[in-house]
Design a protein around this ligand. Sequence first.
Ligand code: SAM
Length: 341
Amino acid sequence: MHDSQTTPTSTAPNLLPVQRNQLVVPVPEDSFREAFEEAREWLDNVHERMLGGPDEVLRQNMHSLHLGLITLRRRWSPEQWRRFCKETAKKHPLRPFLHQCPFTRRAFERPRGYAGDAVLIDYLYMDRAADELHAGREIYKYMHQQPSSLSVRERKLLLARAIDETAERVPGGARILSVACGHLREAESSRAVAEHRVGELIAFDQDPLSLAEISHHNPLDVVKPVCGSVRALLSGKTKFQDMDFVYSAGLYDYLSDAVATRLTGLLFGMLRSGGRMLVANFAMYPPETGYMEAFMDWWLIYRDEDGMRALLGEVPLDQLASVRLYRDSQDNVIYLELTRR
Ligand SMILES: C[S@@+](CC[C@H](N)C(=O)[O-])C[C@H]1O[C@@H](n2cnc3c(N)ncnc32)[C@H](O)[C@@H]1O
């Protein structure tokens, strides 16, 4: 596709030639500086139009901003894009303006010391705009309706359904493990959990504050919070076995290929015969990726179907009854589902 066709709006910056698939084409330093300067001026314009404009104008400019940023991300090499985020977006006055949105701000500030904590994800599960001032509320409302936000809510319902299906498949005592469970909101949407038809749902996470929240909202004879890290699983310090269903959502997006592959083999080994495993990962690339990286400092590891298949590297193939790969309705999240013989 030609450059002009990929430029989404007239407000997006028209900079260097597109580098398809982020191939690094040597570009002289002067051209970068010019390109960054042009992008900074574009951010100035977006900021100016957003300031004091009516809601409709703010929404239109959020839209232009998302499209413009993803265009720049596609156009530049990963190194150029990172440099733009660090040197230009991070220091631009548009950033504090956008940080009136509590969701955008929390990702950037990382109050728990790591990206993507469970409180941040709750901003997508719930509507928490009530306390915010005007612009912050409008930006949050916009973010709440973006495809990735819909995907996160869809993921929660899919997991709740999978818990219910496991309870039907193993009546009276299904053993389920959620790895990096966060607030385990899917359990609150599961009928089987509410009706105590699950034997045990182990909620495993490194964050004790998240586990405390789980204890307030779930029947504790079913849901068992366990504090621990992926590292403890990989080292064998923490072990689980005889599981009917093991799943992980919102974790693999942070794991390198090597760690994700090792973890997949390990979790598969925790299943009993007939048991299922489900892993979710954001696909390359949701339309919000540019905004997330530039203004939320939220960098995920995105995968495609080949990348998900490669996670089977340490799964004993003779014990594998089935493998299924599918995407959500937004084409945004890839699910890898494994069944053990
Ligand atoms: C994006 S949240 C996802 C929460 C939940 N699974 C969901 O789908 O809403 C990521 C969670 O992973 C946990 N986490 C991140 N790295 C971890 C690690 N190395 N070991 C254990 N938990 C981890 C965090 O504490 C956080 O609760």
